[in-house]
Ligand binder design. Sequence first.
Ligand SMILES: *Cc1c(COP(=O)(O)O)cnc(C)c1O
Length: 391
Amino acid sequence: MAEHNHNKDQQQSRQFATKLIHFGAEIDPRTGASSVPIYQASTFHQFSLDDPQQYDYTRSGNPTRQALEDYIALLEGGVRGFAFASGMAAISAAFMLLSAGDHVICTEDVYGGTYRLLSTIMNRMNIETTFVDMTDLDKVKAALKPNTKVVYMETPSNPTLRITNIAEITAWAKGQGLFTVLDNTFMTPYHQRPIELGVDLVLHSATKFLGGHSDVTAGLAVAANESLGDQLKQIQNGLGTILSIYDSWLLMRGMKTLQARMEAHELSARRLAEWLSNHPKVEKVYYPGLANHPGREIHERQSKGYGAVVSFDVGSGEQAKQVLGKVKIPLVAVSLGAVESILSYPAMMSHAAMPREVRLERGITDGLVRYSVGLESIDDIIADLDQALRS
Ligand SMILES: *Cc1c(COP(=O)(O)O)cnc(C)c1O
């Protein structure tokens, strides 16, 4: 009979597409079932009190969630994965590695929820943050304090897709004895694997591309070494912000098609970005795949692709609202990374809480919209956007 247990080395040596399908738990060893069983149980009978089992209580561990955690660790090339109730729960867990009195250097282009966490909650715990332009190593260096513990990156950033040089920042941070964290939501491990570039902890809002279908809210974390893994395990169990059993299963279902989806998303995103670049009603286009995108070469060194998020400026808030009102194909919504296209308006959605002057400084103008390109026909997407831009 075919032996389907893969040893770890064999698994790691395979191509990404194979890892996505043969991640270790794809066949249930007890029954041969073709998908990970949903162990919908909060507790586990202890067969022998003297001989503890792997699982005792679902907050501390559950086989369905464990399969997902091993899956993301394999994909990112880390040693241990963790699944949380949302991207923000994973990000919060990362900051719980710190202690009162510690200092964080964080990219100024960070996801809005992370900005709020750091500036309204972590600050009350006496954890202070300096937000810096991470495209410039000198600015990062200048933010260093005696109590700095962590450098927090996000690249490409949201919504203007600015590029941070992961290896350069990480090498400097290591030299200073700091640990590094990177939010890899936009690229996914298919396009970008930060642990291979020296990053200690990778985070995801799996609500986006990893889940891929706008039907699950989840967060993932992957530790590059065992000691960080042990600390995160303690935090995950201590805070109790675990991903539910059913959502763990649903997320794995989505992840199996990650590469196929990302390839299709990206082909369309590239066409959309090129088309927008030549459109008379569009003032500026942000997409790492465009020849003139700042930091494009750095991005190409550290990533295998450009992703599916294209931001563009239609000139004014009035025109942006017009476009949002006239499009027929995309969902007009926050979020991204799904099979359906999603059009967002940062000024009134993700970045509404940011003071207008700060927003404008970061290039998030009243005319900026963000298109997460879905799997619809790109011809239809373009025709739809064209009628919305011209009407
Ligand atoms: C959406 C998002 C988050 C937050 O994730 P949730 O699942 O909504 O909690 C964090 N980082 C980035 C880059 C995101 O896009």
